[in-house]
Design a protein around this ligand. Structure first.
Ligand code: NAI
Length: 459
């Protein structure tokens, strides 16, 4: 069969791959987009979207429980897990359909269903089809890791299986207190389970500023979620009645299910990358800042490139590569400017440097300010606790980090990102009026305080 010729052949149609395909098509390139599973990848089918739907159901459950606090007589009758799944699957289904329409509508994109393999630096082979591209983009994403010797079966599952839970466990153990761990711990608790999080490091969400971890741990304690930090697993066993997790030191925990959330690994094995000479380190594809692998015109985007494994980084990578190939000379994606949101209750949102990272980079002149949401009207109305922590590079320097925790704080990350990305001075942000009463106002207040003129706070 004759080889099919494209300007760009993309292996994987998740966030990185499809964004690259759509942008490249806009720029007049002929694209071959290869996907073995579903268009949209992890984010749409097994990650961001379905988990946030679960978290929304969880939020409603808590609101029903807590109505009385606000003078509204409600009580939680129960969780109809079937109903939760059909709501969640409906959201995913509608977005999937929309995305399929977008790809179909992009005439320059040939969508190829099937498992592709890199068979040369210019070729992806899918069954008996050979797709030849002047450029190749590897966008094969990531998978849920497990621990050596720990089989994912029965009561032991990753987020992939937990998304389709048939019943709510009475007791759950979450192994790993990172992003997936705390989000699922939050959902399971809201749905009524007793939850214990086991984390090897000395704090939850260790990638965040330590002050944020402390606040989350406090909030989780209040929600009666047990967090065992600095805890290492010695062994795991299961039978018909329970799963047992033995910790180093001897303590044994027992539950109905164990959710393993110990990170995501790059999906790069068995795809012909090694044979083609693509540089790999611990399975990740090593690239330069323009996401080139150094092998022919092969680039890599998204979770297989070391850095934060976030869908919006994948989108940004995909768009960058399409524009770079088209000669638009776009700015490379900078990992430290990528906003992060963790949707547990309370929510966590951050962008830029933690205090410690800022001190490493800028020295002792770094200053910080923590604005307590206790002084923010809207947060009081919602009944949430938390704070916004600003990190400034020096006496007269810009804000280089914003760290937030509290209900709905994820929605504030947009302005935080502009502040850090545009290297704004606190005085500049303080001069802009923030609407009252909003939670957004807390960002304005924090900058007022850092600029030396606090209103609803002490200096
Ligand atoms: P993660 O790297 O965030 O957290 C894994 C945690 O497991 C770490 O804290 C690690 O110390 C701990 N751990 C590892 N081995 C352990 C062991 N043997 N015993 C106890 N603890 C152990 O990875 P996670 O949560 O699996 O998420 C994977 C990726 O997916 C992350 O990069 C995350 O950014 C992304 N993601 C993003 C979301 C968002 O943006 N809201 C939501 C969910 C995932």
């Amino acid at each position: 069969m004759a080889a099919e010729q494209f300007d760009i052949v993309i292996l994987g149609a998740g966030s990185g791959g499809y964004a690259c395909a759509l942008r490249a098509a806009q720029l007049g390139q002929r694209v071959g987009l290869v996907e073995k599973d579903k268009l949209g990848g992890t984010c749409l089918h097994r990650g961001c979207i379905p988990t946030k739907a679960l978290l929304h159901s969880a939020e409603l459950a808590d609101a029903a429980r807590e109505g009385e606090k606000f003078g509204v007589k409600t009580s939680l009758e129960g969780i109809d897990l079937g109903g939760v799944h059909s709501y969640k699957d409906g959201v995913v289904g509608r977005l999937h359909k929309g995305l399929q329409g977008l790809v179909k509508g992009a005439e320059a994109v040939t969508y190829v269903e099937g498992e592709g393999r890199l068979t040369s630096p210019t070729t992806v082979t899918v069954g008996d089809r050979e797709l030849v591209g002047e450029h190749i983009v590897l966008a094969t994403g990531s998978y849920a890791k497990t621990l050596p010797g720990m089989e994912i079966a029965g009561r032991v599952m990753t987020s992939d299986q937990a998304l389709g839970l048939a019943e709510i466990p009475q007791r759950a153990i979450v192994l790993g207190g990172g992003v997936i761990g705390v989000e699922f711990a939050s959902v399971l608790r809201s749905f009524g389970a007793e939850v214990t999080v086991v984390e090897a490091l000395d704090r939850l969400v260790a990638a965040e500023d330590p002050a944020v971890s402390k606040q989350l741990e406090r909030a989780f304690r209040k929600r009666k979620i047990t967090a065992k930090t600095g805890a290492k697993v010695a062994s795991v066993s299961q039978d018909d009645s329970a799963v047992k997790v033995e910790l180093e030191g001897g303590e044994t925990l027992e539950a109905d299910l164990l959710l393993v959330a110990v990170g995501r690994g790059p999906s790069t094995e068995g795809l012909g990358y090694e044979e083609a000479g693509i540089p790999l380190e611990r399975g990740f594809v090593i690239t330069d800042e323009r996401l080139r692998t150094g092998v022919g015109n092969v680039r890599a985007v998204g979770d297989i490139v070391p850095g934060p494994q976030l869908a919006h980084r994948g989108f940004a990578h995909g768009i960058f590569v399409a524009e770079d190939i088209a000669g638009l000379e776009p700015q490379p994606v900078q990992d430290h400017l990528i906003p992060k949101v963790t949707y547990c209750d309370p929510e966590i949102a951050s962008v830029g440097l933690s205090e410690e990272q800022a001190r490493e980079q800028y020295g002792e002149g770094v200053s910080t300010y923590e604005y307590n949401l206790g002084g923010n009207g809207k947060s009081q109305i919602l009944g949430t606790a938390g704070f916004i922590k600003l990190v400034r590079s020096g006496e007269d320097g810009p804000v280089v980090g914003v760290h937030m925790v509290g209900a709905r704080m994820g929605e504030q990350v947009g302005e935080a990102q502009l502040i850090v990305g545009w290297e704004a001075l606190p005085e500049e942000v303080a001069a802009l009026i923030h609407a009252h009463p909003t939670q957004n106002e807390a960002l304005g207040e924090a900058h007022l305080a850092l600029a030396g003129k606090p209103l609803h706070a002490h200096a």
